[in-house]
Design a protein around this ligand. Structure first.
Ligand code: MSP
Length: 498
């Protein structure tokens, strides 16, 4: 019943932006979902703090790398607090425990013969932290094939990880376990890449100024990706004996599509070399774009999360990111889309349902919930929605899970429209209202992973003690709602004018 979920660890050379928030909110949503279905969740996130570009960013600011990484990593923590990220562990690659893990793994693989000394001769892209194979470079134009920036020429002694040795075992593993790579359309890309042949990977840098020192006679820095990927092992207390705590292996590793190869090829090969079970799922989501360009610091088209949160609230922000675009595909960001989603789904559908229902409880029943009733039709709908939400959440399909939940919201709004409890007999009004109350309560649980602050607000309005630890997604025992005096009402989502 354990559930281990990870986000990438974020480079600390830039403030957290919408792309970082996206992966982290998605991981938070899955974590909360699995918690309220009774699992023991371990949710890991953190910061990637080594590499020349980090050292250069510190130098530019005129402060020490230590001070810079402390400050920037603190910015990420602050942002996660602001948007309600319920992580279990925040890891930093500059931590003692992590440095030890990297050295331990390095030594182990050296002893095994999977790390050896050789010479690297080729190109390197510092912003991408990527060794570029010759075949990938255009003649006379040596720029990085990924980011288009100029590359560095390197010829130096280096330790290599014998990635090529794992080419066949990895392909076989992917044949047997295709579900490891998600969404399913990504697997061919990974397999094709492997089939073209894997080169051994240079995993040390001679001149690098800011990195973990390799446990070798020469004073080299460990390649940042070799260092960074191992954070997922540090966090589960990897030891010299090669053991971990109970959370290994990861159940879901969320990443952006740009870092799929690192996670779907190098990472599993490292784990195979260590003799550890591989992650159950590596899910690569798409990019948020503007005019089809990835939103990123280097493109200068950053969207500031705090500005969106000021306008739409934390839950408005979380909802938009999880609902607007199917997880896995790219999504074009626009203000109009944001406003439309907010007004139609949150203000009109959910907000109105809660507001109308509680208003009627006050007007018709002196603020006391008038009984507990669910028609067979509504019971069936709830059962179907619960089953479908589970199905979609197991596939990290957030938008379809929300579509399911909204079916229930739409149905209850319809019920109010057709039954008109303000204009019907007391008995009929009782049935309609109590049905809406039961429905809203269940909706408050179903939306909790996505918009937890809204759940808290609904519970306060229902006069229920709100304790996150006690939220469980089951629809049994709603009797405590019966005869309860409701609390103070508030508008959940104010319509936004353009
Ligand atoms: N430090 C590495 C990850 C190491 S994990 C062992 C890294 N960091 S990053 O800060 O550059 O990016 C982290 C994640 O943010 C990536 O998964 C990336 O895809 C995601 N995003 C950055 N910009 C994005 C968008 N515009 N849209 C969606 N996500 C994108 O890579």
């Amino acid at each position: 019943m354990k559930f281990y979920i990870t986000t990438p660890i974020y480079y600390v050379n830039a403030d957290p932006h919408i792309g970082h928030c996206y992966t982290t909110i998605a991981a938070d949503c899955l974590s909360r979902y699995h918690r309220i279905t009774g699992k023991d969740v371990f949710f890991l996130t953190g910061t990637d703090e080594h590499g020349d570009k980090i050292a250069l960013a510190a130098e530019k600011k005129g402060i020490s790398v230590k001070q810079f990484t402390d400050e920037m990593s603190g910015m990420f923590k602050k942002m996660w607090e602001k948007i309600g990220i319920s992580y279990t562990r925040f890891i930093r690659t500059t931590e003692e425990q992590h440095i030890n893990t990297v050295k331990t793994v390095f030594k182990k693989l050296m002893d095994k013969g999977d790390i050896y000394l050789g010479t690297y001769s080729g190109y390197y892209c510092t912003p991408c932290e990527f060794f570029i194979p010759k075949a990938k470079l255009e003649e006379n134009n040596p720029v990085c094939p990924d980011c288009g920036r100029s590359v560095q020429v390197l010829k130096e002694n280096s330790y290599f990880f014998s990635l090529s040795k794992y080419e066949k075992p990895l392909l076989k593993y992917l044949e047997d376990n295709p579900e490891m790579i998600q969404p399913p359309f990504r697997i061919d890309e990974v397999k094709n890449f492997i089939s073209q042949g894997l080169n051994d990977l240079s995993i040390t840098r001679q001149g690098a100024i800011w990195g973990i020192q390799s446990p070798t006679p020469e004073k080299y820095s460990v390649y940042v990706w070799f260092d960074a990927l191992l954070n997922y092992l540090t966090a589960v207390d990897y030891t010299d004996n090669g053991t971990t705590n109970k959370y290994w292996p990861p159940d879901v590793q969320l990443i952006g599509k740009d870092i799929l190869r690192f996670h779907a090829i190098i990472w599993p090969a490292m784990l195979m070399a260590l003799g550890l079970p591989l992650p159950r799922m590596i899910f690569a989501h798409g990019w948020w774009t503007i005019d089809s360009q990835k939103i990123s610091k280097s493109k200068g088209n950053i969207i500031k999360p705090l500005e969106l949160i000021d306008r739409f609230g934390v839950d408005g922000f979380r909802y938009f990111l999880l609902r607007e675009v199917p997880f896995g595909l790219d999504g074009e960001y626009s203000d109009e889309k944001f406003i439309k989603r907010f007004n139609s789904d949150l203000a009109n559908d959910l907000g109105n349902l809660v507001n109308r229902t509680l208003n009627l409880v006050e007007k018709l029943f002196n603020g006391v919930i008038p009984g507990l009733y669910l028609s067979t039709e509504m019971e069936n709908l709830i059962d179907t929605v619960m089953v479908n939400v589970e199905h979609f959440m197991n596939k990290a399909n957030f938008s379809d899970a929300l579509v399911e939940i909204w079916k229930l919201i739409t149905q209850l709004n319809k019920l109010l429209d057709t039954e008109k409890p303000w204009n019907s007999s007391v008995d009929s009004a009782k049935q309609t209202i109590s049905q809406c109350i039961a429905g809203i309560y269940l909706i408050s649980l179903l939306v909790y992973p996505f918009i937890p602050e809204t759940t808290r607000k609904i519970h306060v309005m229902f006069n229920i003690d709100f304790s996150e630890n006690e939220i469980m997604l089951n629809k049994k025992n709603l009797t405590f709602l019966n005869g309860r005096k409701i609390g103070k009402r508030e508008i959940l989502f104010m319509r936004i004018k353009k």
